[in-house]
Design a protein around this ligand. Structure first.
Ligand SMILES: CC(C)(COP(=O)(O)OP(=O)(O)OC[C@H]1O[C@@H](n2cnc3c(N)ncnc32)[C@H](O)[C@@H]1OP(=O)(O)O)[C@@H](O)C(=O)NCCC(=O)NCCS
Length: 149
């Protein structure tokens, strides 16, 4: 049986848990980067857009998002999921799904009608995950330019 997860706003005290989660996923620890991200999140982003999930009082997943107003020529406000991650030891228990559910409900409460995210085309697990949650390919096109330097 799946255990109940508790989703709350991300706070400064979550820094070590997030750094450790990423380190176990990628092998790289980035405490300075995450400290700045959390500071920015607390200063300028809506609090509902950055969340952590707890299981038995332990942080086991997080989502970092934001709200974008009139960006990229789009009317109104859209919510963006920028980073989502779940502790490798706690995957496939509905934790990321719970985080996105809470994120979507809060976005809706703020009058937002669309959530955007970007997924690497080679990252199959992320594609499956977002498809399963009802995300579909949008109409925006991703452009990029490689720089010589
Ligand atoms: C993708 C990720 C967030 C999913 O977290 P999770 O808590 O395990 O996901 P959930 O248990 O909520 O899964 C919900 C559904 O998504 C799908 N899904 C989840 N992980 C999947 C995977 N690895 N492969 C295929 N489908 C997957 C399943 O359909 C799943 O439902 P089911 O278990 O009932 O079949 C997690 O694997 C992760 O953190 N991966 C690395 C993320 C990363 O690289 N982030 C940085 C870029 S944003």
């Amino acid at each position: 049986m799946k255990k109940d997860i508790y989703v709350r706003n991300l706070e400064k005290r979550d820094l070590p848990a997030i750094v450790s989660m990423e380190e176990r996923q990628t092998g790289v620890a980035r405490p300075d980067y995450w400290e700045k991200r959390i500071e920015i999140s607390e200063a300028i982003r809506p609090h509902w857009a950055s969340l952590v999930a707890e299981l038995d009082n332990r942080v086991v997943g997080f989502v970092l998002g934001r709200a974008g107003e009139f960006e990229f020529g789009l009317p109104g406000t859209v919510a963006w999921i920028e980073i989502i991650g779940v502790d490798p030891a706690f995957r496939r228990q509905g934790i990321a799904q719970g985080l996105v559910k809470q994120f979507a409900e809060s976005a809706e409460d703020h009058g937002i009608k669309t959530i955007f995210t970007l997924v690497d085309s080679s990252h199959n697990e992320m594609q499956h995950f977002f498809s399963r949650l009802g995300f579909v390919h949008g109409k925006m096109l991703h452009y990029q330019k490689e720089l010589a330097g």
